[in-house]
Design a protein around this ligand. Structure first.
Ligand SMILES: *Cc1c(COP(=O)(O)O)cnc(C)c1O
Length: 431
């Protein structure tokens, strides 16, 4: 089934660490070798061996309309012919910025970068410069890219003893990152009681999408807004996944919260490498060359990426029913999975909010990382393998959301539910 993929992988391992350019692609946590992809169209992805799958990875979020959407690709040939990078400004960068600013009332100005990692890293620098404070607060289980000060988890017990999640991250960096529990305002209050006057910002995924899907409980985001305001600290929403996905206006529109800085990525590049951070004018005007907070990028605002992103966001803007449709599809999948779970009487649990969904191998409820890490990842791995045999490509890890796109048809969802029924029976040895 994976003959060609295996062959390419053998070569890949010689020249690329682990054979992949981002760890999750190695399929390690589901105990498989990676599959190599040839092409994607709509909800389907095709590997080099000619296998096709209904895709729930979808590039981890950017492809909200599915693979190779004609309207998103519109005009790209023209850009390719006219030059793909200049290092001097182009008009599409301005149109893109205007579109984001008009879509997000909390954003007066926006700066484009090349990845979500760059967006959050730059947002932190800005928050620290603006507040003239060093400490930042993040939540366990939230992922904000791989910059040093964010690769931190809480040590046992006290909030003061944090540990880097990767070698190579210096202790002095970790010292200024406070890690709290998601959906637990009390832990945040405690941190602010102790360090409030030194905390530059809270950075949070308003809906956590990197520990499966974990929505905020009622009052959590409001509480973060309140506490940051009280301490003159900034609230950064990392909407790299939720921006233009949860709803057109992101989680901030959905929950009616007004963050100081917002980070974007994924969808705004339509499948090309992009990130962005934006916020209030009095904060953003500290960025160079307007202010003296330095941040730059050779390929930032790249015309190819800007055009793809602009096409995609414009289509979303003009077709808001897409969000209702996405939610309908997610509900259909949720109901289907819940029926199976009831029927088979197994300890699985579906978390869903709007079009974001994931299946946990545990009883639940799942409201923070402590809950999520109790999941039976071995069972997920068996399930994943069975699903791939059935032609369904899920994220190769229990701790990721499933990405449904507008291109996923009702039939795709029905096939997925059918496959999940077989795969779950197999996973739990039920006849
Ligand atoms: C993917 C992701 C990032 C990092 O974006 P990259 O483009 O991979 O650097 C940051 N924050 C969140 C919430 C993400 O999901």
């Amino acid at each position: 089934m994976f003959k060609k993929s295996k062959k390419i992988y053998e070569d890949a391992k010689k020249y690329i660490p682990g054979g992949v350019n981002s760890p999750v692609r190695a399929f390690k946590s589901v105990d498989l070798d990676p599959i190599f992809i040839e092409k994607g169209k709509g909800s389907k992805i095709y590997d080099v061996d000619g296998n096709s799958y209904i895709d729930y990875i979808c590039s981890w979020g950017p492809l909200i309309l599915g693979h190779s959407d004609e309207e998103v690709l519109d005009g790209i040939d023209h850009i390719l012919k006219n030059g793909t990078s200049f290092g001097v400004p182009t008009e599409i960068e301005v149109k893109m910025a205007k579109l984001i600013v008009e879509s997000y009332p909390s954003v007066d100005m926006v700066r484009m970068v090349n990845s979500g990692t760059e967006a959050t890293m730059s947002a932190l620098r800005l928050a620290r410069a603006y507040t003239k404070r060093n400490k930042i607060l993040k939540f366990e289980g939230c992922y904000h890219g791989h910059s040093d000060s964010l690769l931190v988890k809480s040590g046992s017990g006290a909030i003061t003893f944090n540990v880097p999640t990767s070698p190579g991250v210096p202790d002095y960096v970790v010292k200024d990152t406070i890690v709290c529990k998601y959906n637990d305002l009390e832990s945040v209050e405690k941190a602010f009681n102790e360090y409030g006057d030194d905390i530059a910002c809270i950075i949070v995924e308003p809906v956590a999408g990197n520990m499966g899907v974990v929505p905020p409980i009622e009052g959590f985001l409001e509480g973060l807004r309140d506490i940051t305001s009280r301490y003159d600290s900034l609230l950064i929403f990392d909407e790299v996944i939720t921006g233009f996905r949860l709803s057109y206006g992101g989680a901030q529109q959905e929950f009616g919260i007004d963050p100081d800085i917002t980070c974007f990525g994924k969808i705004i590049g339509g499948g090309l490498p992009v990130g962005a951070y934006g916020g209030k004018k009095h904060i953003m005007s500290n960025i160079s060359p307007l202010g003296d907070v330095y941040q730059a990028g050779t390929l930032s605002g790249n015309p190819l990426a800007m055009n793809m992103g602009y096409n995609l966001i414009t289509k979303l803007k003009d077709n808001r029913n897409i969000y209702k449709e996405l939610e309908k599809k997610a509900i259909k999948l949720e109901n289907g999975l819940n029926d199976i779970i009831d029927n088979l009487n197994i300890d699985c649990h579906v978390n869903r909010i709007k079009g974001m969904i994931c299946l946990f191998f545990g009883k639940g409820p799942f409201t923070n990382y402590d809950d999520v890490k109790e999941c039976d990842t071995e069972k997920y791995s068996i399930f994943f393998k069975k699903m791939i045999e059935e032609g369904i490509l899920l994220p190769p890890s229990q701790f990721e959301g499933w990405f449904i796109t507008y291109a996923h048809s009702d039939e795709d969802i029905e096939i997925t539910i059918e496959a999940a029924n077989k795969a779950l029976k197999n996973t739990y040895n039920i006849k």
